[in-house]
Design a protein. Sequence first.
Length: 341
Amino acid sequence: MKRVFSGVKPTGHLTLGNYLGAMRQWAEVDQHRADALFCVVDLHALTVDHDPARVRRLSRQTATLLLAAGLDPALCTLFVQSHVDEHARLSYLLECVATDGEMRRMIQYKEKAGRERERGGSVRLSLLTYPVLMAADILAYAADEVPVGDDQAQHVQLTRDLALRFNQRYGQTFVVPRATHPAVAARVMNLQEPASKMGKSEDSGPGIVYLLDEPDVVRKKVMRAVTDSGREVVYDRAGRPGVANLLEILAACTGGNPESLSDRYRSYGALKKDTADAVVEVLKPLQARHKELCADPAYVEGVLREGAEKARAMARPVVDSAYRAIGLLPPVPEPLPVATP
């Protein structure tokens, strides 16, 4: 059976983009067809200025929402990254294989570092090297596939490059993974800025639909979505990004095809109304399940504890093998106690 790994950062409240672009695929497909691991990658949340209490709160909320979205602990492994030491252990080894040039070519690093400098802040070293930690997240589990959105494809390619380089230099150690992408709505865009991804790291915004938004809030955001000049409803991602985004969201929620759906509409208003209704219906069962899980925090904690134990058992042999391969001396075992006569 193939092994699948994917993770989500607790840097903000999860959005419709997270659900349609990844979480639903994980719950409906990946956990049923593969040995699947899903991780709240909280160490990645430390690469920028953050409030420790907020990171903890969002980590718990993220895990709860993943369960609410349909991840089943009987079918997959759900855990928190910092609960498994092998991620950090392997990350340093891969830093010894990666190059400075590779890190600085990462598109997300350029974008995030640029925003930090514009605000007058300093750029943390971990922001430069976090793609290596992401590679460690994947390689520690010998994952065959990594389900990601389009914006993360470069990071999976880096993971492949590091795995191949390590294997060539130090002997066959890692499985070389490949990225997989959902067919529709792999990248849901901001309703107010359809050229930008609907990201969760922003604290608020009328263009972002959060998974825990009330139905009235969802409808208001969708009905106020930016469209395009003209009146014709046409699916054209390059020329009509606002309308295309609405059609892709509607298609992802209803199982339709964006291009075919465009033929049904003669006005932007009708398209927005149907899209808003579809989003509300998709989120309804997730929100109900989230409410149930919040009332039983011990269950969520138990899932994360057992998930970390399973993940640790999978990762430790791989990482120990990498330590041996790269030339590190194995730990000296404790001497056996001397029996007294």
